[in-house]
Ligand binder design. Structure first.
Ligand code: ATP
Length: 268
């Protein structure tokens, strides 16, 4: 009893005072955040804020230079992306690595294809891949017309949804999403956010990277604001309003200065 309560209280991912430098360039300094099962942690920041660097650390592409990175309470320094994946951290990048001309089901299983038969008779289990893909998508509420269509014919939003369903199917505990709505219109963004919430409802901890406070506030439980590599704010949903989050993102005073600068001199 006590053990399960304790396990629940340990975040899936925790960054504590983490910094990363590229030579003299400070990409991240003193960043802390936590990601919990069944919650969405949003990382908000403008261009150059350090969002990609943060993803790269959590995804095992880069090592942090200072601070502590814990996965389920254990301090780690990830060796590579495979290491992150083995520990249950799946990252969905904006420019999804897909083979456009291959069917949806083939992309779904890319790199983990099931086979049947043995020896010289060993071959891909196409039927299994097809039905599993269809079922995994339906489980998330994604009703694709046809899993046989080339993935390149899906809309950007649909492709993001397939990638999210894929991470859930392959047992990810933490899902890192790199600006999943950045290139999408309003309607498609809504659909993607719905599946981000569905992944959360499956018990995953989600890291949602975005520069859109409206999207973040719709689904987020925690919000971390980055500005030029440092934390400009850290809030839980009940401690911040959308207006406040938007104002902080827009850089309240900076925007006011800009307004003054752009003001036309009044005609005399
Ligand atoms: P964007 O939204 O524009 O992609 P970002 O929030 O993802 O921005 P990062 O790409 O993490 O920001 O960059 C943070 C800072 O680190 C920037 O000043 C960037 O120029 C610098 N930086 C990132 N990668 C490298 C690198 N490999 N070498 C040197 N500097 C880098």
């Amino acid at each position: 009893m006590t053990t399960s309560t304790k396990t629940e209280s340990v975040p899936l991912v925790e960054l504590d005072d983490v910094s990363k430098y590229y030579g003299n360039i400070r990409a991240l300094e003193g960043v802390s955040l936590e990601v919990r099962s069944g919650e969405i942690t949003c990382v908000l920041g403008d261009n150059g804020a350090g969002k990609s660097t943060l993803i790269k650390i959590v995804a095992g592409l880069h090592r942090h230079d200072a601070g502590t990175f814990r996965i389920e309470g254990e301090e780690v320094t990830l060796a590579n992306p495979r290491d992150a994946l083995d520990r249950g951290i799946a990252t969905v990048y904006q420019d999804l690595a897909v083979v456009p001309l291959m069917p949806v089901w083939r992309n779904f299983f890319l790199g983990s294809e099931p086979t049947k038969g043995s020896g010289p008779f060993k071959r891909l289990d196409v039927d299994l891949m097809r039905t599993t893909t269809r079922e995994a998508l339906l489980r998330m509420g994604i009703d694709l017309r046809d899993v046989d269509q080339p993935i390149g014919t899906l809309s950007g939003g649909e492709r993001q949804c397939v990638a999210i369903a894929r991470a859930v199917h392959f047992g990810a505990k933490v899902l890192v999403l790199d600006e999943p709505t950045a290139a999408l219109g309003v309607k498609q963004s809504g659909v993607v956010l719905k599946y981000v919430a569905a992944a959360r409802d499956e018990g995953l901890g989600v890291v949602l990277i975005t520069h859109n406070p409206h999207h973040a506030y719709l689904v987020g439980d925690r919000f971390v604001l980055l500005k030029r590599g440092v934390m400009a704010g850290s809030h839980t949903k009940d401690s911040v309003t959308l207006d406040e989050l938007t104002r902080q993102m827009a850089g309240g005073t900076e925007l006011e200065d800009l307004r003054h600068e752009l003001e036309r001199p009044s005609a005399t």
